[in-house]
Structures are given as structure tokens and as C-alpha cells.
Design a protein around this ligand. Structure first.
Ligand SMILES: O=C(NC/C=C/[C@H]1OC[C@H](O)[C@@H]1O)c1cc([N+](=O)[O-])cc(O)c1O
Ligand SMILES: [Mg+2]
Length: 214
């Protein structure tokens, strides 16, 4: 039985990236995805938009839905202020196993709590499991048909506060039409589209930044 793409991505990181250097881990994954095998990381172009919004929010507590190989986890966690932390949820154990090692190679494991399981089950446990009051920042990058139910769940569980920023990947490709319609029409959000491209391609995609108004 051969290796999987996430395992080959991890092998490239361990072979080429400098241990403890998040930027080199990011660069190695982008190079692997551009020149060896495409993978569904947010990527370098959308990654710069993610970086600028994370830096603007400067979150103490960030939530990521859909870890995959940990690429965006590393992008987010490297920008957190001292004491800041990123909780990241991943349903697929094989992805989670790779992500843990990518995050460790980058040396930012102390800022990250990776939890395996379905987001719909884990979100209601955030307060009791991790002592979370509210999230300052949420990155949605998991199953596209889970964006809307999970955003509503975050509201219902009191995990959003006035000013919490939700940033959603892939709102054009593969697309999240119901989520987009909700955040753009709900009086409880101020929403803005950041046009970009699907990672490592020329296909249009973008990020939707939605501020919860309380
Ligand atoms: O499905 C995508 N992401 C959802 C990830 C799904 C996985 O993460 C949660 C669960 O473990 C599932 O196996 C996706 C797909 C494309 N794509 O071009 O197909 C591009 C992207 O940026 C994406 O985030
Ligand atoms: Mg994505």
C-alpha cells in the first residue's frame, strides 16, 4: 500500500523545511503543491489575505474548522500574539495525524489545540473542553455544506461576540451558496468579499469576511 498525498506533503516538509521555522514550512508546502501535487490548502495567494485579516484581528482565541494538513493552522498560529491560541477541528484522523506533525515541525504546537471529530459535535463542547468564552476569529475551511449550520451553531452556543470575524474559504470554488446568502443578508453580519483564485490555479475563488454584530 502506497503513501497518501498528505503523507507525501509531510515528507517534503520534513525533508526540505527548517524545523521551528513556520515560514519555511509554508513555503515548502506551497512549492510542493505548485510543482509536485496540488492539494487543498488555502495556498499562498489567499494565504496573504488570511494573514492580513488575522494580523488585523490579532486574536487571543482563534477557531479553525477543517485542519487538513495544517497549512492554514501554521499561517494563523505564527501570527498570534503571546498567549494566543488556535483551536483547530478535523474530522479525518489521517489528515489530523499529518497535521500534528506539520504543526510540530513548524514549532508552533504550543499555540495549537488540534481536536479530532465532527465540528457539529465539538462546537457545543468548546466552553467545557477548552474554557473558551468567545472566539475572536473563525476560519471556515471544512466541508462546504457545514459552513452555514456551524456558523448558526456558533451563534447559538454563544461563542461569537460583537466584532468576532468569520473568514470563509472557497465561497466561489467549490462554493458555499447558502452560507454566502446568509451572511450577506443577515442583519447580524457585516460581510465583504475578497476576490482571489483557487489555490495554485487561475480559477476564481475568494474569501468572505463577515463581522458578527452581536
Ligand atoms: O473540500 C474542501 N475542503 C473541505 C475539507 C474537507 C475535509 O476536512 C474536514 C474533513 O476531514 C474533510 O475530509 C476544499 C476543496 C477544494 N477543491 O478545490 O475541491 C478547495 C479547497 O480550498 C477546499 O477547502
Ligand atoms: Mg479551502
Amino acid at each position: 500500500t502506497g503513501s497518501t498525498r498528505p503523507q507525501r506533503l509531510l515528507r517534503a516538509v520534513q525533508k526540505k523545511a527548517t524545523q521551528g521555522d513556520p515560514q519555511s514550512v509554508i513555503a515548502t508546502i506551497d512549492d510542493f503543491c505548485r510543482h509536485s501535487e496540488w492539494a487543498m490548502n488555502v495556498g499562498d495567494e489567499k494565504g496573504l489575505i488570511l494573514d492580513s485579516i488575522v494580523s488585523e484581528v490579532n486574536p487571543s482565541t482563534a477557531l479553525e474548522l477543517g485542519t487538513y494538513c495544517g497549512y492554514s493552522t501554521v499561517r494563523i498560529a505564527r501570527l498570534l500574539p503571546p498567549g494566543g491560541r488556535c483551536i483547530t477541528l478535523e474530522f479525518n484522523p489521517a489528515y489530523a495525524a499529518v497535521a500534528r506533525q506539520v504543526i510540530a515541525w513548524a514549532g508552533i504546537q504550543d499555540k495549537v489545540q488540534l481536536v479530532e471529530g465532527p465540528s457539529g459535535d465539538l462546537i457545543p463542547q468548546m466552553k467545557e473542553l477548552f474554557g473558551v468564552q468567545t472566539f475572536d476569529f473563525v476560519f471556515l475551511d471544512h466541508w462546504k455544506d457545514r459552513y452555514l449550520p456551524d456558523a448558526k451553531l456558533l451563534e447559538e452556543c454563544g461563542l461569537l461576540r460583537e466584532g468576532t470575524v468569520l473568514l470563509a474559504d472557497n465561497v466561489i470554488c467549490p462554493g458555499t451558496p447558502e452560507y454566502l446568502q446568509y451572511v450577506r443578508n443577515s442583519p447580524r453580519y457585516e460581510s465583504r468579499y475578497f476576490k482571489s483564485h483557487l489555490e495554485y490555479t487561475k480559477v476564481e475563488d475568494g474569501l468572505e469576511k463577515s463581522v458578527f454584530l452581536g
